[in-house]
Design a protein around this ligand. Structure first.
Ligand SMILES: Nc1nc2c(ncn2[C@@H]2O[C@H](COP(=O)(O)OP(=O)(O)O)[C@@H](O)[C@H]2O)c(=O)[nH]1
Ligand SMILES: [Ca+2]
Length: 411
């Protein structure tokens, strides 16, 4: 089951505009209501506190505000200290008490959904972390629908990010406008979602997920590739995925030749470094990365002509290398990533302050987009961290699900 008792029961309401008016009356909300959605990501835990305003029950409320805060590292870094992991969530929850009026606490739902970082942990370790967080929520003054601390299914992670972006860009309730696709590059997984306008090849049909929201049905193309997030991909490129031998040295031509370092991911320590005697640079790095990417991802042809919003590490690495503005984001072409990767990888021997993984990360992003998904060099990507001052994340889509599931849950 994707969501246990938070399962989103598809409503049969009229259009989106009616969606909230019914929610507000049934939840006896006068003119303001809140929702707290935690995103337990592989590299950090984030809280999104959404404020919805409702002027009159005849009008749908609108999303008035989001308070966003994050802590690092993510819960999976506390794989053997679940109590300490929960403490990082407590700090964020305390912030929610300071920002939401106490009169609303008992009607404000709080939910945490973990993504690929916990999917990659042994189940009982992941469960121990979630149980500590559930206890924390139950002690809190907020409304805790039972079992709303869970590991989210990757399919929903991709779908809900699509809902967020198309809601924020106004496509969701404008019947005529073409929707946009989403590309989310996390630390442990990567998602691609779009609403196909033309028929897909048989091979792509298996990625079609029916989905209903705001009284409309969609047949979305979506997939979450576990292990293809940026951090997990680094291990794959180094040949270290699943490696338990913490004494072994993993090398790559994507790293500065003189580099020797250690790195902890998913609770395991890895030794890694450059290849002093071998050829380094973009071509040799690209060849290494292709071994991880080639023929591993589905390539729906339609994406080449569609508009995609890209965020998370796509955004972060473009900012780190000056390709876009850190606040405004920007529009780039797929080939801009390749050109930047080339430049960074050809300067590997120069000592620079940036991350030693920059060449590998940019080369991975290039290969993921071109050889992985099959985008063209000239495909445009909208790199956005926020739209209308709201974070580009699956969490707003999940908040809509949550509010609606509370409305439709049996009394
Ligand atoms: N600004 C912002 N960055 C985010 C958000 N969610 C994830 N990120 C960034 O995306 C990258 C990794 O994503 P994460 O969620 O930890 O990995 P995942 O669990 O595999 O999805 C990190 O650089 C995060 O800072 C968000 O809601 N807002
Ligand atoms: Ca994420």
């Amino acid at each position: 089951m994707l969501f246990s008792s938070c399962t989103f029961l598809m409503s049969q309401q009229n259009h989106f505009q009616n969606f909230f008016s019914q929610v507000s009356t049934s939840l006896n909300i006068s003119n303001i209501f809140y929702g707290i959605m935690f995103d337990a990501g592989s590299t950090g835990t984030r809280i999104h506190i959404y404020t919805f305003m409702q002027k009159s029950s005849a009008e749908p409320p609108h999303l008035d505000n989001e308070i966003f805060e994050s802590v690092k590292p993510g819960l999976s870094a506390y794989v053997d200290q679940p109590e300490q992991g929960a403490e990082t969530v407590r700090g964020l929850l305390d912030m929610a008490k300071q920002t939401i009026p106490s009169t609303h606490w008992s009607s404000t739902p709080v939910v945490l959904k973990a993504t690929a970082g916990l999917r990659l942990l042994p189940e009982q370790k992941a469960q121990a972390l979630l149980s500590e967080v559930q206890e924390l929520f139950e002690e809190s003054p907020f409304l805790v629908p039972d079992e709303c601390v869970s590991i989210m299914n990757g399919t929903y992670e991709g779908i809900l990010a699509w809902v967020t972006i198309n809601f924020l860009t106004g496509q969701l309730y404008d019947q005529n406008q073409r929707t946009v696709g989403i590309l989310d590059l996390g630390g442990a997984s990567t998602q691609i979602t779009f609403l196909p306008q033309s028929t897909l090849k048989a091979a792509s049909e298996k990625y079609i997920s029916p989905f209903e929201m705001f009284n409309r049905s969609y047949k979305l193309y979506t997939h979450s590739y576990l292990g293809f997030g940026l951090k997990a991909a680094r291990l794959a490129i180094l040949g270290a995925l699943g490696g338990k031998d913490e004494s072994r040295m993993y090398r790559s031509s994507c790293l500065p030749p003189s580099l020797k370092a250690e790195w902890k991911f998913g609770g395991i320590n890895y030794k890694y470094g450059g290849m002093a005697e071998e050829v380094t640079g973009f071509q040799s790095c690209y060849a290494e990365v292709l071994k991880v990417i080639r023929e591993k991802l589905d390539q729906p042809a339609e994406i080449r002509s569609r508009t995609f919003y890209a965020f998370s590490y796509y955004y972060d690495r473009a900012v780190d290398t000056g390709m876009i503005d850190g606040d405004q984001g920007g529009i780039i072409l797929v080939k801009d990533f390749e050109m930047k990767a080339n430049k960074v990888c050809e300067a590997l021997t120069e000592t620079n302050t940036g991350s030693p993984f920059l060449c590998m990360d940019l080369t991975y992003i290039t290969a993921l987009l071109k050889e992985g998904f099959g985008f063209y060099d000239h495909t445009e990507l909208q790199l956005k961290k926020k739209v209308n001052n709201i974070e580009t994340s699956w969490t707003l889509g999940a908040a809509f699900h949550l509010i609606q599931s509370l409305r439709t849950a049996p009394e």
